[in-house]
Design a protein around this ligand. Structure first.
Ligand SMILES: [Zn+2]
Length: 371
């Protein structure tokens, strides 16, 4: 019998949030630990797209400790716990049965290995990239280092996650100069004498990093830099971060006829129905996708030159916005995100291969099709 792993909820959260930081979620979202104590030990998790009463029941029946769902069960404040709607009943049932609830939602949508990438993989798209990269996530650290410690500081900052731009790592800029300071009586200067102005050959070292790594980077810097008082500046950047944002765009290795591609889409995404706009009579090569409600990305998909935009939750009038420039294909919200369960399984299994994971057997799609 395989040895099953125990861990704290916190360890699982740390792993998930290292991959999909909570800071990547939309402002309306409520990703993270919704019910439960992060220090509680767990031995099994149930993965689902939605956290319904049937999913909690499945967790109870199977003695499962935590449910990891894509959609958060709680979006807005709950004021009463009478069980009068399914949200309250799910929360009450989870608490009564000591089952933790965790959601990984728009933060998982927004990473380049997330929900939309899974759709790209199912459609065999190549050269994939984020369709609408987010701004405001990148920062820059400028640090003044004595020549002698330049490489050590650089190595440490890179190891802590700084200096990554697209397919390039260990990116930095440096400029030689001279730093000056006067240490007072109580100081313990690394170079120079107390009460005397000192000038030291220093390097102005610049590195870029993701804002969520800041605490770790500063701690690393203070540890490796030899000065008692480390001089460094932090800048917020408005640049878009190409690795994080909504939707993805990719290409088919070989262009396909529209009908042929729609059939492939229907089959690979297990969609009963595809609602689409008029076909344009040209082959499909570039494909934009967005798991869930993605109509807000239509203009980005057109601007990126996509032949088709695959998403869900398009309203009647929004279909007109295709304007003969693109095909909109609405495959259904559940259908577009169903493989997110598989994605979560892979993400957790990679780090915790012995941890007991189960995909829900419930089909939580609230929409049924009459055929
Ligand atoms: Zn969704």
């Amino acid at each position: 019998m395989a040895i099953l792993a125990f861990m704290k909820i916190r360890e699982l959260m740390n792993h998930l949030e290292e991959i999909a930081p909570l800071s990547y979620q939309e402002s309306y979202d409520n990703a993270g630990l919704i019910v439960g104590d992060p220090d509680k030990g767990i031995k099994s998790a149930l993965i689902s797209l939605d956290c319904t009463e049937a999913v909690v029941e499945e967790a109870v029946t199977n003695g499962i400790d935590i449910i990891i769902s894509h959609h958060p069960i709680v979006f807005k404040g709950l004021k009463k716990f009478n069980g009068k709607n399914y949200v309250e009943r799910v929360v009450i049932k989870a608490i009564k049965n000591d089952i933790a609830l965790y959601a990984i939602h728009t933060n998982l949508d927004h990473i380049s290995t997330g929900v939309s990438k899974k759709i790209c993989d199912k459609l065999n798209l190549i050269n994939t990239k984020v369709l609408d990269p987010k701004g405001g996530l990148l920062k820059k650290m400028v640090v003044f280092v004595p020549f002698t410690h330049k490489e050590a500081v650089k190595d440490a900052l890179f190891a802590a996650g700084a200096g990554n731009i697209g397919n390039y790592s260990e990116c930095s800029f440096e400029l030689d100069g001279r730093g000056g300071f006067k240490a007072n009586e109580d100081a313990d200067p690394f170079v120079g004498d107390k009460n005397q102005r000192h000038t030291e050959d220093e390097v102005r070292l610049e590195v870029i990093y993701q804002g969520n790594k800041e605490r770790k980077l500063i701690a690393t810097l203070l540890k490796v830099h030899p000065y008692e008082e480390v001089a460094y500046d932090i800048y917020s950047l408005s640049n878009n971060y190409s690795e994080v944002g909504a939707g993805m765009i990719g290409e088919l290795e070989n262009p396909m006829q529209e009908n042929e591609f729609l059939q492939l889409l229907k089959k690979n995404m297990k969609a009963d129905v595809i609602r689409h706009t008029e076909l344009l009579g040209k082959p499909i090569k570039k494909v934009a996708v967005c798991g869930g409600a993605g109509s807000f990305l239509l203009n980005q998909a057109i601007a990126a030159g996509a032949d088709i935009f695959i998403s869900a939750d398009f309203k009647y009038h929004e279909f007109f916005d295709a304007e003969g420039k693109i095909i909109i294909a609405d495959i259904g919200h559940f259908e577009s995100e169903q493989f997110t369960q598989e994605l979560l399984l892979e993400i957790i299994q990679k780090k915790f291969p012995n941890f007991a994971l189960r995909l829900t057997v419930q089909n939580t799609n609230p929409i049924k099709y009459l055929s």
